[in-house]
Ligand binder design. Structure first.
Ligand code: AHG
Ligand code: MN
Ligand code: MN
Length: 335
């Protein structure tokens, strides 16, 4: 039984046996993500200080430039996962191709591949607004002991064994699922420990918040335009309220707690929207479904889409079940 105030470390150990392929490998993987998250958190928290420290002459010994935070986060997550020989492959939004990880032990028996968006919402960094990291885990489909191939990464979202995000917000949290509900852990920065603060997170069935970049309104499909107007009409319990941070992790996190829908539809500018199926939509869809919510491209369940390429984009509607279903209704009616 999970207990509030349990540490993430304790929670991982206690829940290891409930995971159907128990071998400790997935637990080690979540542990590595926890470690990388702390390192990135430390760097994100001093983002505003970088120039000040630089001006004081604190360049590093090799005279290297301060790395941009999304490159930094990418390097940290990849380093942590490869150094500890926990996965057999990694794909990242920041890398053109996937990375083959060869374990040092002779048979390299690692079974999992990880896909990450190391820094989500990175345009928010400069203005001190929450950003995040998104991760997604699959069992490889090619034989253990051989180098991973593209097939291991192009799996449907329904094959995920774990997914989650880190939100570097007013407090830093890790929220993840291994297919048995969604739990959230908050970092106590004084001692560097994550505690279970949000057990069994669930989207309210219905909500009042819609999150969409309305600056793109004129380019949206008619179904989305009509749905937005529906949200704005004054009738009964409506109008709804609009909240858009521009960082998927933060928008999703708020909507899961309060009830809402996040939308990044296709537009006349981007025929598949903007968000990436493998690094953003699938992990968020898995979390949403595990939390009693829903995720669709307007017509089809996100996790049923067969990916064809690593950096594929897809329209994304995600959040409280009734709201997503309503938006789908409009999409069907006006497509
Ligand atoms: P990333 O920083 O990883 O490129 O992702 C940004 C994404 C997502 O987090 C956010 O919701 C969306 O892009 C915002 O896009 P717009 O600025 O077009 O609204
Ligand atoms: Mn992103
Ligand atoms: Mn990113």
């Amino acid at each position: 039984m999970s207990k509030k105030n349990q540490t993430l470390g304790e929670f991982i150990i206690e829940n290891q046996s409930s995971f159907k392929y128990t071998s400790g490998e997935l637990s080690r993987l979540i542990n590595s993500i926890r470690l990388a998250a702390k390192v990135v958190n430390h760097e994100v928290n001093k983002a505003g200080l970088v120039d000040i420290i630089g001006a004081a002459g604190e360049t590093n010994i090799q005279g290297e430039d301060q790395q941009k935070l999304d490159v930094y986060a990418n390097d940290k997550f990849i380093q942590t996962l490869t150094n500890r020989n926990i996965v057999c492959g990694i794909a990242s939004e920041e890398e053109d191709d996937f990375i083959v990880v060869n374990s040092q032990d002779e048979n390299h028996q690692n079974k999992y591949v990880v896909l990450i968006d190391p820094l989500d919402g990175s345009s928010n960094i400069d203005v001190n607004v929450s950003v995040g990291t998104i991760f997604s885990v699959y069992r490889r489909v090619t034989p253990v002991g051989t180098p991973v191939t593209i097939e291991d990464f192009l799996q449907k979202g329904s094959e995920q064994v774990a997914a989650g995000y880190v939100v570097y917000g007013t407090s830093t949290m890790i929220v993840y699922t291994t297919g048995d509900g969604v739990n959230g852990f908050t970092l106590n920065p004084a001692i560097g420990t994550f505690y279970l603060s949000h057990p069994n997170m669930e989207f309210p069935e219905d909500g009042k918040i819609y999150s969409v970049n309305e600056g793109n309104y004129i380019h949206f499909p008619l179904g989305i335009k009509k749905y937005i107007k529906y949200c704005q009409e004054e009738e009964g319990d409506r109008p709804y309220t609009s909240r858009y941070i521009g960082s998927l992790v933060s928008d999703f996190h708020r909507n899961m707690i309060k009830g809402g829908i996040y939308m990044y539809p296709k537009s006349s500018k981007n025929s598949n929207g903007k968000l990436r199926l493998l690094y953003e939509c699938n992990p968020m869809a898995f979390l949403a479904e595990q939390a009693n919510g829903k995720a669709s491209d307007g017509f089809e369940r996100i996790m049923d889409i067969q990916p064809t390429e690593l950096h594929q984009r897809v329209p994304f509607l995600c959040g409280s079940k009734n709201m997503v279903e309503k938006a789908e209704e409009f999409m069907r009616e006006y497509s």
